[in-house]
Design a protein around this ligand. Structure first.
Ligand code: ZN
Ligand code: FE
Length: 259
């Protein structure tokens, strides 16, 4: 059993803090900014024991140097295929890192696409997926490829349906707005939008989400559903024959007309 606490950073980032109950140590996932992490550690009298990084973007790694100054010698885990200053333990597919200060089993999944070396941490019924999958949507393609991101999302879709997904940004309502463009008739989507709007209005994070819910409402995980294929074909003006092509058309449609 681990506890997972959200620390807010920048406008819409979540830095996830992981700890065992009653432990005085915690692990930070993607600390893009050290300030809110140091504040939380001070308020709770908890020591930082390690850092987990999913990819190289500044809003995920920017706090590493200061956190390592404040807690000298801590282990910093990150993707072996990306150059990130401060990473002490480069990871690859299938690695099961033993994380100091945390009694929990996590396994590394390589999920390229948003960036070329992006990794996710899976275990304890949860997935820390960085900017690969978002609640109701997915990351943009930067230095990876559309095909990679499509395959990575397909992989996440195969995890147990009750897996809780901890992404790194609060983008849910905007994402579900695009999902409605794609599937205006999807009743699960209407129901979810209502629930997530109420959470937002009460200041409650809409993350984590549950994979089963994503499979019913996130168009980027529904590239084999006929209505999604049809919408992607109308938007792109092309006949689309593979889930990867449908994914690419959806992502490009969102990039060019929605965001
Ligand atoms: Zn990113
Ligand atoms: Fe990000």
């Amino acid at each position: 059993m681990i506890e997972i606490i959200a620390v807010n950073a920048f406008d819409d980032n979540y830095i996830w803090m992981l700890k065992n109950p009653a432990s005085s140590q915690a692990v930070a996932v993607d600390p893009g900014d050290e300030t809110p992490v140091l504040q939380w550690l001070e308020q709770t009298s908890i020591q930082l024991s390690a850092i987990l990084i999913t990819h190289h973007h500044y809003d995920h790694v920017g706090g590493i140097p200061e956190l390592c100054d404040a807690f000298p010698g801590i282990a910093v885990f990150g993707p072996g295929k990306e150059k990130i200053r401060g990473v002490t333990h480069p990871l690859k597919e299938g690695d099961k890192p033993s994380i100091p200060g945390l009694a929990a089993d996590f396994q590394v999944l390589e999920v390229p696409g948003h960036t070329a070396g992006h990794i996710a941490y899976y275990g304890e019924g949860v997935l820390f997926c960085g900017d690969t999958l978002f609640a109701g949507g997915c990351g943009r393609v930067f230095d990876g490829t559309f095909e990679q991101l499509s395959a990575s999302l397909q992989r996440i879709a195969q995890l147990p349906a009750q897996t809780r997904l901890y992404c790194a940004h609060e983008y849910t309502l905007a994402n579900l707005g695009f999902a409605e463009w794609v599937e205006p008739e999807n009743p699960d989507l209407g129901r979810r939008l209502q629930i997530e709007r109420e959470k937002s209005q009460s200041g409650i994070p809409t993350v984590p989400s549950v994979l089963s819910e994503e499979l019913m409402t996130n168009p980027f995980l529904r590239t084999e559903v006929m209505s999604v294929v049809g919408a992607a074909e109308r938007a792109s003006g092309n006949k689309l024959t593979t889930p990867g092509d449908v994914f690419t058309a959806l992502r490009q449609w969102k990039d060019s007309e929605y965001d």
